[in-house]
Design a protein around this ligand. Structure first.
Ligand code: NAD
Length: 321
């Protein structure tokens, strides 16, 4: 079975592609190698282990190109759509770009699926759709109508056009609300990766707010397990549109996160405190009732274990080029 995977040169996409190949799928990976968040060199490093595998084909290109998407979707049995401009903070200054990529790009993916009768779709959404006013733990039946940033709004809009598409064309679409994903190869601008790099270099770590803001963190392997389970779920032709939280089901404060990094790295952080940033929310926390029940999703790696694994990966000796 051939899967079109958009965003295959990203943090999550490259590791998901590896898993899909190991499960026997053929994967056509599409990615624009976008440098908004990190370098092309890092994207290519993530992509490299995939390139020599017989059932993998990489296409460098943009989801804003309808023609390209249409050609690639022709052979696919399912589409996993991860390509996006990610990250809350950069979306504030580049709202129009974020909306174009994440909303128009998603609509293009859906249109290509419609053209070629592809009815199984997995869409990468985000915990950010819940904003700052949803009751915790966040449940998928929350209206989620007050996103706190252009990024969050673009992901909620992506969900809504997926929902309309499912109703119009009888597609089965699982929208996965990922809760702060971390682990080896985490995007360098995300908190865990950037804090760890700064602690190792002896540079100050800037923390915003009081340190009490809390996040539900999800280890990458759990996200991959949940995404594969969601792909299987789309084989149910009656699924329609369905949102699923993929989180760790526990929260940690910013202070707790820094202290876990300090103990795993064996170094102290020099902390600089700054005010809250626009777009930030006080807490994210996933209810897993639906994803546990319908996907069999059960996160296995808790935060202390995951941080220890991440730090071991980060500090492992690497061959020099
Ligand atoms: N990492 C997280 O914690 C997290 C949380 C919630 C949601 N998500 C979502 O999961 C998905 C993957 O996130 P990630 O952390 O791997 O980010 P990432 O930036 O590493 O991966 C996204 C990939 O999409 C590609 N891309 C961007 N614009 C494109 C375009 N126009 N055409 C084709 N490719 C394009 C990028 O080059 C990149 O490789 C994204 O949709 C993101 O919004 C991630």
């Amino acid at each position: 079975m051939q899967i079109l995977l958009t965003g295959c040169a990203g943090f999550i996409g490259s590791q998901l592609a590896q898993r899909l190949l190991s499960l026997g799928y053929s994967v056509v990976g599409l990615d624009a190698i976008d440098e908004t968040l990190y370098s092309a060199a890092l994207h290519r490093q993530q992509l490299a282990p995939l390139l020599n595998q017989p059932n993998f084909r990489f296409v460098e290109g943009d989801i804003l190109s309808m023609e390209l998407l249409s050609a690639l979707t022709k052979e696919a049995s399912a589409v996993i759509h991860l390509a996006a401009l990610a990250g809350v903070r950069p979306s504030l200054s580049q709202a129009a770009r974020y909306l174009r990529c994440n909303v128009e790009g998603t609509q293009n993916v859906l249109h290509a699926c419609q053209q070629h009768g592809v009815r199984r779709i997995v869409f990468a959404s985000s915990s950010s759709v819940y904003g700052a006013h949803s009751a915790v733990p966040f449940r998928e039946d929350d209206a989620a109508v007050r996103p706190a940033s252009p990024y969050a709004a673009s992901k909620r809009a992506g969900e809504l056009i997926c929902s309309a598409h499912a109703d119009l064309y009888g597609a089965s679409i699982a929208a996965l609300r990922f809760f702060t994903v971390y682990g080896p190869q985490q995007r360098p601008e995300m908190a865990i990766a950037s804090f760890a790099a700064r602690i190792l270099r002896g540079e100050p770590v800037t923390l915003h707010g009081s340190g009490d803001s809390a996040r539900d963190y999800t280890y990458i392997d759990d996200i991959i397990d949940g995404t594969v389970a969601a792909l299987h779920r789309t084989s149910d032709s009656q699924l329609g549109f369905r949102a699923y939280n993929l989180g760790g089901e526990r929260t940690a404060t910013l202070r707790e996160l820094v202290s876990l990094l300090e103990s795993s790295l064996g170094r102290s952080a020099q902390v600089q405190w700054r005010p809250d940033q626009p777009g930030d929310v006080p807490i994210t926390w996933a209810s897993l009732d639906r994803s546990r029940h319908e996907l069999g999703y059960a996160p296995k790696v808790d935060l202390p274990q995951g941080i220890a694994r991440y730090c071991a990966w980060l500090t492992a000796p690497r061959p020099t080029a």
